[in-house]
Design a binder for this molecule. Structure first.
Ligand code: C5P
Length: 393
């Protein structure tokens, strides 16, 4: 199975209560297949013990410049050399000040100064410290120096105040970090993705839906954002958390999805239709719950609009990508659908092996060729689909 590109990440933890979030981040990074070397400042060790990070990363934690952990006594050079990126999370106001001024008075600040790799910083501090002009000056300097800032959010803080300075959650930091390594092949593009199933009501408590989980659509929205696009996600009902990096619009029925798509379509340059839109809806939705009767009722169905075909038929259509979940003759059926809907690219998969799962196997079919993307995590496949779209463009 194709794995997510593994990176060597030096995770610097500085002194702040958000250090506990760095423990969760370590776990998520390792789970995503990355190699994590944790380096802590002395202050950080008062919040979370090095043993926690050692257990989560599977590597001894480095804390002191003079430990002699490195063979030649130049730990700061060796550790930086072995990293694809340094992420400071949490980055205290004090550590940000040190970075801005090029200080090197402990192991972590020294290896930041000695690095040859990118540096990303996730600030975490009390709102007064964040608002202080000195901190803002230091942050501006880091931006000028090409350091990536994972901006904090506003919210309740450990000190009891509410305001800016709360570090992003570990899951969001993981997404931001991995995005740094993706080629920006869709920079400047406006992408719309539809995802998930639709729900066609029979009465107020019953409806017709399907097994689509939304995972492939959400992965494509994330991959398009990683590639530098501005993304709007139109999603049917799913159990997934809405992605922080796309503007999400939640809908229920196919008609609601159609209305949302048409309302937002004008500036869109790439339309990726992953949603498993119900082909039919109930002709007359009952206003009250239907009562059980002696004889089984007959549901009269009526066709839903074909949203993708409608978008593709616009006078100046965006680049349209369809999805086809098939159970047999996958490539042949998908090719027929592509021609029928008049779209440049269709992505086919075997419904039984994809619906609801974390992995899939895809076939990309355009007007003269088809390409197999072997079984992999949906995010890995989504990145390959985005790369293919950018090549076709
Ligand atoms: O027509 P069929 O459902 O087989 O085609 C699947 C493709 O068409 C998917 O990309 C799906 O999102 C899109 N579709 C649509 N509106 C429908 C049915 C399917 O946009 N009513």
């Amino acid at each position: 199975m194709t794995q997510i590109n593994s990176k060597r990440i030096l995770l610097g933890v500085t002194g702040g209560i958000a250090a506990y979030k760095a423990a969760e981040l370590t776990r998520l990074l390792v789970k995503a297949g990355h190699e994590v070397q944790v380096v802590m400042t002395e202050a950080a060790t008062h919040f979370v013990g090095p043993a926690t990070f050692q257990a989560l990363s599977g590597k001894p934690v480095l804390t002191r410049l003079w430990d002699g952990d490195a063979g030649n006594g130049m730990a700061h050079i060796e550790v930086s050399r072995a990293s694809d990126i340094i992420l400071i999370s949490p980055a205290s106001a004090n550590f940000i000040a040190k970075l801005a001024h090029g200080l090197a008075d402990d192991l972590l600040s020294t290896l930041c100064l000695a690095r040859a790799c990118p540096l990303a910083v996730a600030p975490a501090m009390n709102k007064q410290m964040w608002d202080n002009p000195a901190t803002q000056r230091n942050l501006a300097q880091l931006r000028l120096d090409g350091v990536t800032l994972f901006e904090p959010a506003s919210g309740a803080q450990a000190c009891g105040e509410v305001g800016m300075g709360r570090m992003q959650e570990a899951a969001a930091l993981l997404i931001e970090l991995e995005a740094l390594f993706q080629p920006k092949c869709l920079a400047g593009q406006r992408v719309m993705v539809t995802a998930g199933p639709t729900y066609e009501a029979i009465d107020p408590v019953r409806g017709i839906t399907n097994l689509s989980s939304g995972k492939m659509g959400y992965a494509l929205a994330r991959a398009a954002w990683e590639a530098g696009a501005d993304v709007v996600l139109i999603t049917g009902p799913t159990a997934l958390a809405l992605p922080p990096h796309a503007r999400a619009i939640q809908v229920s029925s196919a008609e609601e999805m159609q209305a949302a798509v048409m309302r937002e379509i004008e500036p869109i340059s790439i339309f990726i239709s992953v949603a498993a839109v119900a082909d039919y809806r109930v002709a007359q939705t009952a206003e009250q719950k239907l009562k059980k009767t002696e004889t089984a009722p007959t549901l009269l169905l009526t066709p839903n609009p074909d949203i993708l075909a409608q978008v593709a038929a616009r006078p100046k259509p965006p680049f349209c990508v369809g999805f086809a979940a098939e159970t047999e003759n996958i490539a042949a059926h998908a090719q027929t659908k592509r021609q029928h809907k008049n779209i440049p690219l269709i992505v086919a998969n075997r419904a039984q092996n994809a619906l609801g799962q974390d992995e899939s196997e895809l076939i990309l079919i355009d007007f003269n060729a088809s390409k197999l993307l072997p079984r992999a995590q949906k995010l890995v496949l989504a990145r390959q689909v985005i790369a293919h779209i950018s090549e076709m463009l």
